[in-house]
Design a protein around this ligand. Structure first.
Ligand code: ATP
Length: 256
């Protein structure tokens, strides 16, 4: 089946931890260059879904495509079919992920953090990678912090290094899991600016965020999750104005 016109396609994706079903049949499609905002109350399954896309979790049922690759599928209660390890590793290199907590290597400078994966995973020459890493730090506004260690950087600066680090692998898809929610309010804007720049440059992105002003500005599509299913889609204000799903209304009225 040809799927290359979508970067991500989920069809009835289920994920359970033991007997607890966390994703109960997710259907959605992300087109090239699309910025999809994934919104929903805590525990609705947003992070789990991102982790499935990034091969950090294995789905239990449904089909999940990234690009033209079927990354896993299963019939309910049946055998789970997965890509081979080599293919998984190759595909993960094409996906950048930015977490709530920046997860930088504490013993490495900003520059070394950005260089690490291209050198270690892609085995690219150090000189070339160093040049690219400097350009990426410049792109996120941190050219002058290349030699700083994470402990010497603010949360917003660390998160921008984390974004540069993800970009160093030249991903086709960027996943953001609440990238600003661990930041002091005054540092949120500098991270959103970098993300805005990426969106404008045409990067395909899935963004889990509660920053609804930002989401409405850059988002091409909105998916609302609750209890492991997609309960709404469409512009958040329109969703709020046309109540259909009570918990989504309650959530949106808090964050909008
Ligand atoms: N490894 C795990 N083992 C067991 N349960 C898990 C695991 N990871 C997540 N869960 C459960 O799955 C549900 C969905 O979690 P998930 O983190 O995907 O939600 P979320 O919408 O991203 O929430 P939040 O906004 O709080 O991050 C929660 O009830 C959570 O406790």
């Amino acid at each position: 089946m040809k799927t290359a016109e979508s970067v991500v396609r989920a069809e009835g994706v289920h994920k359970s931890y033991g007997h607890v079903e966390v994703l109960k049949g997710i259907d959605l499609t992300v087109a090239p260059g699309e910025v999809m905002c994934l919104v929903g109350p805590s525990g609705s399954g947003k992070s789990t879904f991102l982790r499935c896309i990034n091969h950090l979790e294995t789905i239990n049922a449904g089909r999940l495509y990234v690009g033209d690759q079927l990354i896993g599928y299963a019939e309910r209660g049946g055998r789970i079919h997965e890509m081979r390890d080599k293919e998984i590793a190759r595909q993960r290199r094409g996906i950048g992920m930015v977490f709530q907590r920046f997860n930088l290597f504490p013993h490495m400078t900003a520059l070394q953090n950005v260089m690490e994966a291209p050198v270690q995973v892609k085995k690219r020459p150090k000189g070339e990678v160093r040049e690219q890493a400097r350009q990426l730090l410049d792109r996120v506004g941190l050219a002058d912090k290349a030699d700083s260690y994470p402990s010497q950087l603010s949360g917003g600066q660390q998160q921008r290094v984390a974004i540069a680090r993800a970009l160093a692998m030249q991903p086709e898809l960027m996943l953001f899991d609440e990238p600003t929610s661990a930041l002091d309010p005054e540092l949120v804007g500098e991270v959103l600016d970098v993300m805005r720049g990426l969106a404008e440059a045409g990067m395909t992105m899935i963004v889990v965020t509660h920053e609804m002003g930002f989401a409405r500005e850059v988002g091409d599509s909105f998916v609302f999750m609750d209890g492991g299913v997609v309960v709404e889609s469409g512009d958040p204000r329109a969703v709020l104005a046309a109540p259909r799903h009570e918990r989504t209304q309650a959530f949106l009225s808090k964050v909008l």
